[in-house]
Design a protein around this ligand. Sequence first.
Ligand code: GLC
Ligand code: CA
Length: 582
Amino acid sequence: MGTITPPITRKWWKEAVVYQVYPRTFKDSNGDGIGDLQGLHHSIDYIASLGVDILWINPVFQSSGYDNGYDIVDFKAIQPEYGTMADLQQVIDAAHRKGLRIIIDMVVNHTSERHEWFRSARTSREDVYYKFYHWWPAEKGDPPYRCGFFDTDGQGWRYNKPTDSWYLHYFSPEQPDLNWENPEVRRQLYDILRFWLAKGFDGFRFDALTFISKDTTFPGITPAILKEKYHDDWGHYYASGPHLHDYLKEMRREVLAGHDVVAIAEAPGIPPEDAPLFVAEDRGELDLITHFDGIALGYVPGEFKKPDPNGYNMHEFKKVYTTWSDTYNRAGWGTIYLGNHDQPRMVSRWGDDGDKFRTLSEKLLFTFLLTMRSTPFIYNGDELGMKSIRFTRIDEYEDIETHRIYDRLVAKSGDAADFLHDQQVTGRDNGRTPMQWTAGPNAGFTTGTPWLKINPDHPQVNRESEERDPASVLNYVRRLLLIRRQCPALIYGDYTLLTHDDSRVYAYIRSWEVSTYAVLLNFSDAENTFDHLLSQPAANDILINNYPGLRWLRTGLLLAPWQAVVFGCLPTHFHVRPSSPR
Ligand code: GLC
Ligand code: CA
């Protein structure tokens, strides 16, 4: 990459773009309607053709299937519906042959209730595995309230008769939390991680990793305490365990040290000011963490994923991404994503997925994602412009989160109509409908009956037709990925926000030494003028533009609805105003 010396240590995972595959949804090879490892194996050429660098696959371990693989029964076995260990090895090897790195999702905060450790643990307090989990003995009275995210009653404790005690589960009762305070648990988990490194994985995406350490005195957390100390968010409390950083350091020493791998953690509950504690190089903990501040925007605080009727606010959006970008000026390196398997589709959430602007706004979102100073994550299908399906009935959903909350609300009030309405905007299954490969039956995903309904827009939105169309989202994403690769300043360069006060245009400069890039994004369906230009850049300074041209006025550049344009190499053209308070 060029000759410039970046201001910070170069690492392959800082220069990489991650492509996330949700195997269940990606490609079915045997007609059972469920995406699998052979389907993925046969699609590696496609993934490589995008120009991404790291392939992250969601869990394919043997699981009880309540949470699509996030409830592991055997950490060293493959769920039969996805294939075999040999199939996974084929995927790893094929990815490597294509020059891709590949990382696996590791769920170490909890296991399935059907994991042999828990099956044994729950039989007796004397069982050796009892201390592998967290318990509250019934003789101490009722356990102090903890939130169970995927629990019908919203409870984080579940009573277990044979031991006359309650076990802790931050997610569903089928996902009991492991007791990381027990060194034997950590030893066994490290052994599992080593097992997977030996198979050739280039790193891990650790699920809910900030939740692993617990204050085992289990203090009472009242609503007032939660509000004052933890932003009214159980995720913040759960991320405040006393030994979290000790365990991350230990894991680095015991497992990761000496391997050229990347350690990425899903990091709910971590504010930007604390992020460097996890990823600063001298800390010896992780390499990257993913935050939740962006994807929480546009939801009503304190309510379960309730969409704000006014949508998201552009000032807040810019503030979140600018703050997180600036956080890593001091130390460490960031990540950025606008969608994943836990989110609705990116274009439906942040763009406009109606016929008129779907393609334009999806291209704008990709322009943002791929020009920020962070390692970007692309979620499978977004590169095709796939949109949220918006189910209308509860029985169309598969997701445990949707079902458990629905049951809770129906039990309480007998009515969940509002919730179902909200889920059309926020539900996770919106992002899990099968990948749209062709215009043909079942979008070319399966020859059988798909496990989740396929979006009826697949005759228009699919890989096959987008391959042929030079103006497709797919080909735009490929161009952007190439540009990012060729312009080190877009990776390592400084980030300066230009439009502090604008409620619709998000514009920023990325610069390093002699290279300067300006990214102009009109996040709206109206025309907007951009007046930070001192002079008009030449036509060949346009690196990418999601419209065929530009419209100049005397007062500046007139950005068309959802227009995205990147200019290159013209530091003198832009007027960087002193920043107003954010
Ligand atoms: C993470 C996963 C999500 C899962 C949860 C519990 O947030 O991304 O899919 O349901 O952890 O494991
Ligand atoms: Ca299959």
